[in-house]
Design a protein around this ligand. Structure first.
Ligand SMILES: Cc1cc2nc3c(=O)[nH]c(=O)nc-3n(C[C@H](O)[C@H](O)[C@H](O)COP(=O)(O)OP(=O)(O)OC[C@H]3O[C@@H](n4cnc5c(N)ncnc54)[C@H](O)[C@@H]3O)c2cc1C
Length: 463
């Protein structure tokens, strides 16, 4: 990273020549807008460019290798790990002009999109043809598909449908050295060569820039049933999650809110959540009408059998919306309480959720912090959310220690440091705790092989 250089006048001129003067900027406000994401991290680039094609991106990366400056890809900047922050200065490559939805193929069940397409735009377009694009991150109204693929974003439907990686059939990628390659295939099956698609998915803009993506679609389920189950103790809620799966039912969605989160949501949205509950589970089944209904009945019985104090089943779309409003509002509700919100995504096997929740509570008590917990119970993907104040240095020191302990706890429970938000900047220091020096060395070797001059998104993933 230290070998990288700044942008001199001639490099800036050549960048303008590649993208056109109107798609290049070094105005302070544009540099500021490319300097942050949804974390507390910030760093300014020296220029931003808005390329319109793979060829322009290839020429920018060839120039970066020749001159030695850093290039950081950026979608909508909604990331929760600092992965898009240009810590080495240089150029930010903003991919929002590449925003065409090129094809929806209802026979072969795929869509071809450019990376700047907003996730919700794809979901809406395929829904009109009776199809479903399942990955539904909470940020889907603003995140780009390129950002989703780069971070392997998850969402509420992860339990039944999987994450973004499960829906990427192929990519067009500009490699860090400027060559343009194609990965994957259009048929549902292909075992041709190394699985470069899987390598690229989740690579956080460090191994290549995606310029076209073939995304898998599925038929839209005919019907869904939503439920809300209230628990007076955490262990009962967690046991219910395991019991549902053991009974052979895989709900589309199985979400969890703890008591802190329930009360913040209630203060904010007044949706009628029981304030004294220790935990609630929000559950949805989908599929053929009769099957979704039968599964819902099974789930209601399991909840009652596991000491649920109350189970509400949505009678109509309005009631369903009210149930999901509670989950959609969780992060915003927790964020209103203190000036700074730190959202983590430590993830454990779902059977270890009770230990994880108890451990996070103990950590909160040890460091005298308010931590709400919500998340994708079915995936074991919890979001301990710390309500704090960045300006209070003493409190932030306690927050840092608490975060270290949360990740150590997740790893001790056979978990992972990140279920969906990625490593980026903020979790780079924990990567070797998960994979060891050797594991990280193997990852670095891949990075070096594809990016020998370390120009593409340097300073991320590894520390
Ligand atoms: C309110 C809120 C809710 C969220 N909910 C979820 C959630 O439910 N699940 C979840 O997984 N995440 C969630 N996120 C995090 C975030 O939205 C996702 O990580 C998303 O995938 C980022 O997309 P983006 O377009 O904003 O990418 P950016 O933040 O701009 O970039 C993210 C990374 O992708 C790289 N990148 C972007 N485009 C490309 C490209 N074309 N080629 C190569 N690399 C590229 C960047 O270099 C960077 O490393 C949430 C964030 C917020 C603020």
């Amino acid at each position: 990273m230290s070998a990288l250089v700044g942008l001199d006048v001639s490099i800036r001129e050549r960048l303008r020549g590649i993208v056109g003067a109107e798609h290049y900027s070094d105005a302070a406000e544009d540099l500021y807008c490319a300097s942050y994401d949804a974390t507390l991290e910030q760093a300014r680039p020296e220029a931003v460019v808005y390329p319109a094609s793979a060829d322009e991106i290839s020429r920018i990366l060839r120039l970066a290798n020749e001159a030695g400056f850093a290039v950081t890809p950026r979608g909508s900047g909604t990331g929760l790990s600092g992965a898009s922050i240009p810590v080495a200065g240089g150029v930010v490559l903003i991919l929002t002009r590449l925003n065409r939805l090129l094809e929806i193929n209802a026979d072969d069940l795929y869509a071809i999109a450019e990376p700047g397409v907003i996730t919700q735009t794809l979901a809406d377009a395929v829904a009109k043809q009776g199809l479903l694009y399942p990955p539904d991150p909470g940020s889907m109204k603003s995140s780009t598909l390129g950002g989703n693929v780069a971070m392997n974003a998850g969402g509420l439907r992860g339990l039944k449908y999987g994450v973004t990686a499960d829906y990427v059939m192929g990519l067009e990628v500009v490699l860090p050295t400027g060559e343009i390659i194609r990965t994957g295939a259009y048929p549902v099956k292909s075992v041709s060569g190394y699985d470069m698609t899987r390598l690229m998915v989740g690579s956080e803009g460090t191994l290549g820039v995606f310029t076209k993506m073939v995304m898998k679609l599925v038929p839209r389920p005919e019907h869904c049933e939503s439920m809300l189950a209230v628990f007076a103790d955490m262990a009962a809620a967690a046991e219910t999650v395991s019991a549902i799966i053991r009974a052979g039912v895989i709900p589309a969605t199985l979400e969890f809110l703890d008591n802190v989160t329930i009360n913040c949501v209630e203060d904010f949205k007044h949706v009628g959540l029981p304030r004294s509950a220790e935990a609630i589970l929000l559950i949805e089944t989908d599929g053929v009408r009769e099957a979704a209904q039968r599964e819902a009945e099974k789930i209601v019985a399991i909840c009652h059998g596991h000491r649920a104090a109350e189970v509400r089943r949505a009678a109509d779309a309005a009631e369903r919306d009210r149930i999901w409003e509670a989950r959609r509002a969780a992060l915003s509700a927790l964020s209103r309480v203190r000036p700074t919100t730190i959202l983590e995504d430590a993830t454990v096997p779902r059977s270890r959720i009770p230990e994880m929740v108890a451990g996070v509570r103990k950590i909160a008590a040890t460091y005298n912090l308010q931590i709400g917990i919500f998340g994708h119970a079915g995936d074991g993907n919890l979001h301990p959310t710390i309500q704090t104040d960045q300006r209070d240095t003493e409190e932030m020191a306690r927050v840092e220690k608490a975060v270290d302990e949360i990740f150590a706890l997740a790893l001790s429970l056979q978990g992972t440091i990140t279920g969906e938000h990625g490593v980026g900047l903020v979790k780079a220091k924990y990567l070797k705790d998960e994979f060891g020096e050797e594991g990280v060395r193997a990852m670095r070797a891949i990075k070096r092989a594809l990016d020998p001059n370390n120009v593409l998104n340097p300073g991320k993933m590894f520390r």
